[in-house]
Design a protein around this ligand. Sequence first.
Ligand SMILES: Nc1ncnc2c1ncn2[C@@H]1O[C@H](COP(=O)(O)OP(=O)(O)OP(=O)(O)O)[C@@H](O)[C@H]1O
Ligand SMILES: [Mg+2]
Length: 336
Amino acid sequence: MGVSRAAAAKPALVEGISAKARLHVVTGKGGTGKTTVAAALALALAETGRKVLLAEVESRQAMAQLFDTPAMPYQEQRLTGTANGGELFGLAIDPEQAMIDYLEMFYGLKRSARGLRKMGAVDFVTTLAPGLRDVLLTGKVKEATVRTADGSPYYDAVVLDAPPTGRIARFLDATQEVAKLTKFGPIAKQSEGVIALLHGAKTRVHLVTLLEEMPVQETLDAAAELASLGFRLGSVVVNRARPTLIGPDQIGADGQVDLQLLAAGLREARLPDGHAPALAAEMAEYAQRQRVQHENAERLDALDLPRVELPDLNPPVQLGELKDLAARFLADGERS
Ligand SMILES: Nc1ncnc2c1ncn2[C@@H]1O[C@H](COP(=O)(O)OP(=O)(O)OP(=O)(O)O)[C@@H](O)[C@H]1O
Ligand SMILES: [Mg+2]
């Protein structure tokens, strides 16, 4: 494994990120930060000295923006390297190209790809039959995960920026559905391999959430659904967590700040006490948000899963901030 490739320091991963997992699936409610978290996790894995592939399946080109590279072609592209020999590659998986690969791999049909496109077969599979589309996408993810070169794994880890929680179970089990139709032949065999990998010990599904009502509900629902289907959950990634800035003695039972006290405090700090009302309003608002965060964090206790907390930064997150987020997936990351 690439883990022993160079002599430079190799940090360990936090508890929620299994060092043995080869495929990390990152899902969550739309907009909670799946792409950002997948990229940060991939970068963290590279920082442990691994050779990592970050794959996306929704054709958003979100990764290209994050890493400030041109739009990604359907080809693995090196995004960055680390001092200890770790490497990060990116791939935007395109269903049409995945289909062409597939036919070539199993039926030697390379030359007929154009014919298929003419017949509308590519359109049918990639747009009209969403189940088949997902089969092609997960099939490509499996190929990259189990690929070998000279007898050893080509990638030490693959991180998938996956579809949102509402679609994740169907996406991951699309092959299971289609496999029911094909019992024999190369496709049936390939299907078994995909199902075995996705449900197996080398795969972990991580759930990204914000500490808000709806994302937490979707996280709880998805965790139950995925577990019941036999997928292995890794961690809950609490994204955009805000620090606790207001203590219980700074806010009244009514949720308001004592103006007199605040004005006195400002004077003591040699600041104009005229700011007290505006500051009090902001404090009350922040305290309210803190309460909501706290309540939602408690709801997540229902899940017996390790949690990784990422701070709320100034969006949009770029490569520099991504490194700070990546550090949270590494042991002792918070200190660095
Ligand atoms: N920890 C963070 N701090 C600040 N901004 C963040 C953080 N995480 C994500 N963002 C910002 O939030 C926005 C949404 O993030 P991202 O694209 O990763 O979410 P997503 O779940 O992948 O969205 P979609 O469902 O559209 O794919 C982006 O502008 C991103 O820069
Ligand atoms: Mg995204």
